[in-house]
Each structure stands twice: as C-alpha cells, then as structure tokens.
Ligand binder design. Structure first.
Ligand code: AMP
Length: 191
C-alpha cells in the first residue's frame, strides 16, 4: 500500500495520516516531522532548514527529495508507506514518480483532506496555543497558506487526472473524519 495524504496547513492531515497508516500497517512518513526532529537535534540538516521552516517557505527540493528517498529505502518502508506532506509541488511529484518507476512501484491512492479555507486559520491558531509550533505564528501561517495555494494545490488536479484522488471532507471530529477516510479508501481500493 503506497498512499499520499495532501491537505492545506491545518487540515488535520498529520493526525489522520497516523490513523490511516496504522490501519494499513505501514509507516506514516511525515517530512515536516522529520525536519522538526532534525531542527530539535541540532543536526546539520536541522541547521539548514530551521530558518526556512520558521518562515513558512518550502525547504529546497534537493534537500527534501534526498531525505524522502533515504527514508523510503529503509526496511520498514519496503512493504508500503503513507507519505504526509510530500510531495508538495509538481517537481517533487516528478521526483517521486521517477523513484517509484525505478523500483517498479506505483501509488495506490492520494487522499485529499478538504477543509474550507476560513476554518484553517482558526485551527492553526488554536494549534499554536496547544502545541507551540514555531511555524504557527500568524504571519507564518499566512505564508504557508500562500505556498499551499501556489505550489501544492496544483497537485490536486494532477492526481485527479491520473484517477488517484480520493477526496474526503475534513470537517468534523477526528474520529468522524477518520471513519470517512477509511470508508472512502476501502471503496476505492477494496481493502
Ligand atoms: P508540515 O508539518 O507538513 O506542515 O511541514 C512543516 C514545514 O516543513 C513546511 O512548512 C516546510 O517548511 C517543511 N516541509 C515539509 N514538507 C516539505 C516538502 N515536501 N517540501 C518542502 N518543505 C517541506
């Protein structure tokens, strides 16, 4: 099972990614979590991405693509995975396609977690209070929304054109949304 989950900042994709991955018994691989761990550890990668993340911009593709390729090559990812937060622009889609093609693998589905824009900012500001994420300040949130619209939203059409998109409404309680995603994926994939 090789799945992607895409959604705007604040759509709840991290939470849902963990639940879906657990359901299918595959690792949930979050580039955002990997970068945050690198920053927290003070590693060279962390030093490289800290300021970029705090601004709400995307980490350069070469850096991100290398981190993902390395992670997908680890033993626990051999039987499948769910990628959360990658790919985030069309160039990363092309890189992932090439990687999968070289392995003789393909994506099974792309979950789009759909949440109206006006709810997203509210959710992010609440998360800022609860989790204290460095990139959940109002200015950064606004920039991340713009980046999502400009760079990531085009993926929706691209995956729709490839008939991979499974669109799920992301408004509601966490459990409710999780059930919705599970039902939509089961209907699509038959498992
Ligand atoms: P996230 O937790 O997915 O919202 O990611 C937090 C931040 O990590 C983003 O705002 C970016 O700075 C960086 N990041 C995560 N995934 C990617 C990616 N696929 N490409 C570039 N930057 C990323």
């Amino acid at each position: 099972m090789r799945l992607l989950i895409i959604g705007a900042p604040g759509s709840g994709k991290g939470t849902q990614a963990d639940a879906i991955a657990q359901h299918y018994g595959v690792p949930a691989i979050s580039t955002g979590n990997m970068f945050r761990a690198a920053v927290a550890s003070g590693s060279p990668l962390g030093e490289q991405v800290k300021a970029i993340m705090e601004s709400g911009a995307l980490v350069p593709d070469e850096v991100t693509d290398a981190v993902v390729a390395d992670r997908l090559g680890q033993p626990d990812a051999a039987g499948g995975w769910l990628l959360d937060g990658y790919p985030r622009n069309l160039a990363q889609v092309a890189t992932l396609d090439a990687y999968l093609g070289a392995q003789g693998q393909a994506l099974d589905a792309v979950v789009l977690l759909d949440v109206p824009a006006d709810l997203l900012i509210d959710r992010l500001l609440k998360r800022a209070q609860i989790e204290g994420r460095a990139d959940d300040t109002e200015a950064t949130i606004r920039h991340r929304m713009d980046v999502y619209q400009d760079s990531t939203a085009p993926l929706i059409q691209a995956f729709q054109a490839r008939d991979l998109l499974v669109r799920v409404g992301g408004v509601g309680e966490v459990d409710e949304v999780r059930e919705r995603i599970a039902a939509a994926l089961t209907a699509r994939l038959g498992r």
